[in-house]
Write a protein that binds this ligand. Structure first.
Ligand SMILES: [Fe+2]
Ligand SMILES: [Fe+2]
Length: 282
């Protein structure tokens, strides 16, 4: 009973927050614009150019090895021509998300940049898994992976003291961040993240991937992909999600992606190559 009360209380505090120190407003604006089918390349170009920070980050990302472009790309318009609208959309989202993670957590046990790396790795691996398992919406996988743990940043901003306790408890008792927050807060970052991406008007399948990535159902291949990408990012040690545990992989996700038929050593080698390219920028 008391747990329910605490849960309601925390939920209310989370929902009542309008102005977080992080930049969800900016990210929300970008995601809304990108979700609008009427948005075209020149509007996207104008938008990027209107924010010098965003423009320089986009150009740095465009010129990183990940995108494998032959020469140096010096202008946003050139980037759009060479990479195409959808890829630049992903870059804009990654760049604006990066800003959200530039936060001092006040804890020696948790670094937001490491969480960003973990999130980016999850996006890169999810995109790889989409390719290798025949899921057509590759970019959706990248976005879902990138935002899957965004709820952690919201809890950190809204409930900093509670967040510290969750981190300490996960560290001391060697449990997952996810189990620690459910134990101490009765709400989890996947619920909170799901709420946020719903506010951002991301498509329902991405909302599901965020709000169920720790317990995927058989109904969503995207959620299964993000679940596995999250576990693989941890197995391979890319960034840090807030604890040192590797969660058990869900049978549902494993079977849905037919990973039993895959040579895992080869797959991890391929993922490592993709990650090195993406990581070159950071
Ligand atoms: Fe998570
Ligand atoms: Fe994660």
């Amino acid at each position: 009973m008391q747990q329910n009360k605490m849960r309601d209380d925390i939920w209310q505090r989370l929902q009542s927050v309008k102005n977080l120190q992080t930049q969800p407003a900016m990210v929300a604006k970008i995601t809304q614009m990108l979700q609008n089918p009427a948005t075209n390349a020149s509007e996207l170009g104008e938008f990027i150019k209107s924010d010098p920070m965003l423009a320089s980050t986009v150009l740095r990302l465009v010129n990183s090895a990940f995108y494998g472009l032959p020469g140096r790309v010096g202008s946003i318009n050139h980037a759009l021509v060479l990479l195409g609208f959808s890829t630049v959309k992903n870059i804009v989202l990654s760049a604006s998300m990066l800003e959200m993670f530039k936060v001092d957590t006040g804890s020696s046990k948790f670094c937001a940049t490491e969480l960003y790396k973990h999130s980016l790795a999850c996006g890169v691996i999810a995109q790889y898994l989409a390719q290798t398992t025949g899921y057509e919406q590759k970019e959706e996988c990248f976005v879902a992976g990138l935002v899957h743990d965004i709820g952690k940043m919201i809890i950190l901003q809204v409930l900093p003291e509670e967040f510290k306790h969750v981190i300490e408890c996960a560290d001391k008792t060697k449990i997952l961040f996810y189990d620690s927050e459910r134990k101490l807060l009765s709400v989890s970052h996947q619920e909170v993240g799901g709420m946020l991406v719903e506010q951002w008007h991301l498509p329902p399948q991405i909302q599901d991937a965020v709000s169920s990535h720790h317990n995927p159902s058989p109904d969503s291949k995207l959620t299964a992909i993000v679940h596995c990408a999250d576990v693989f990012a941890r197995v391979l040690g890319y960034g840090n999600g807030g604890d040192d545990k590797i969660p058990e992989i869900s049978d549902i996700a494993w079977n849905m992606l037919k990973l039993g038929n895959v040579n895992l050593a080869n797959m991890f080698d391929d993922i490592e190559k993709e990650w090195q390219k993406a990581n070159a920028y950071f």
